[in-house]
Design a binder for this molecule. Structure first.
Ligand code: ATR
Length: 282
């Protein structure tokens, strides 16, 4: 890679940020297509988010990804939003278009593509347990509802956030049975036992051996347990699920597919998906 004064800069804003594989993935894609871009990572504390997003325009940074915990708050500092970002109230991609900071969300499409292509699972008619109610959880919940899920139960540490997500689902997809429950306890374990698909969209297990407060005995064969976390590649939740005979999937596929869509938004070129995946094999 040859960086010159013409090189366009893109990157990712998050806190913490040292777990991200997005730089390897995007830089491999730029190199493969001979595009003059470089992707870096920026550790941005919550109190500095406003300055960081506004600074993109000041520094003429071509675009960024936005990750934990900024996906929702970043919205406030943007000039325009795609329909999907508006609907989700969260962005994972920003592009500087002229003088305007435009927000997009490629998480929902990235998640569904991964679920279908890698998990061979169609959410239609399924009972689903979703752990978490942050920006990533929202993208997942909305995409599942749009794909015809039968029931989506949301468990989150902060009850108000789970309530808000259920209200949103009821509004945009009234045909889906949506409810919320506490993160932990008998009700959660019963729901986990009944679910055909369990998704972890909390950050519990990210760079640690922590297990979301769910009884491993509730996991069983016939289920797909999907953890949005990809580092570590096998979280404690996935290890427990695998030991109980469930099918497991980590967040690498979602990372690749959302990244491919983001790449296309930034560059206007078709993303080399295979190259991107190979760059982050861990
Ligand atoms: P993202 O945009 O990536 O979804 P986020 O909006 O900060 O990031 O959401 C993180 C999710 O992980 C939330 O559901 C959060 O729960 P709260 O809504 O209660 O904050 C969840 N989470 C983070 N740390 C957690 C912990 N230690 N125990 C349980 N849930 C946790």
């Amino acid at each position: 890679m040859k960086i010159t004064s013409h090189t366009k800069v893109v990157g990712i804003l998050g806190y913490p940020i040292n777990h991200t594989l997005s730089p390897q993935m995007h830089n491999a894609a730029f190199a493969h297509l001979g595009l003059d871009y470089v992707y870096s990572s920026f550790e941005v504390k919550p109190e500095n988010l406003r300055g960081a997003v506004r600074g993109l325009r000041a520094l003429n940074i071509a675009g960024v990804n936005v990750t934990v915990p900024h996906k929702e708050r970043a919205l406030e500092y943007l000039d325009e939003l795609s329909e999907n970002a508006k609907k989700l109230g969260a962005v994972n991609t920003i592009k500087l278009e002229g003088e305007k900071l435009c927000g997009y969300n490629t998480d929902s499409e990235g998640f569904i593509t991964s679920l279908e292509k890698e998990g061979n699972t169609d959410p239609e008619g399924k009972k689903i347990l979703l752990l978490g109610a942050g920006g990533a959880a929202k993208a997942v919940a909305v995409s599942l509802a749009n794909q015809g899920a039968r029931k989506i139960s949301i468990a989150n540490r902060t009850k108000e956030r789970a309530n808000a997500l259920v209200t949103m689902l009821k509004h945009i997809a009234p045909q889906v049975e949506a409810n919320c429950l506490p993160l932990g306890g008998d009700e959660l374990n019963k729901c986990a036992t009944e679910a055909q698909l369990i998704i972890n969209a909390t950050s519990v297990g990210l760079k640690s051996d922590a297990m979301p407060p769910i009884d491993a005995n509730a996991l069983h064969a016939g289920q797909l347990v999907y953890d949005l976390i990809y580092s570590p590649a096998k979280t404690r939740l996935l290890a427990e699920a695998e030991a109980k005979g469930a099918k497991i999937l980590n967040g690498l596929g979602m990372l690749v597919y959302q990244g491919a869509l983001t790449f296309e938004i930034w560059t206007g070129k078709k993303a080399p998906v295979r190259v991107m995946r190979e760059a982050i094999m861990i």
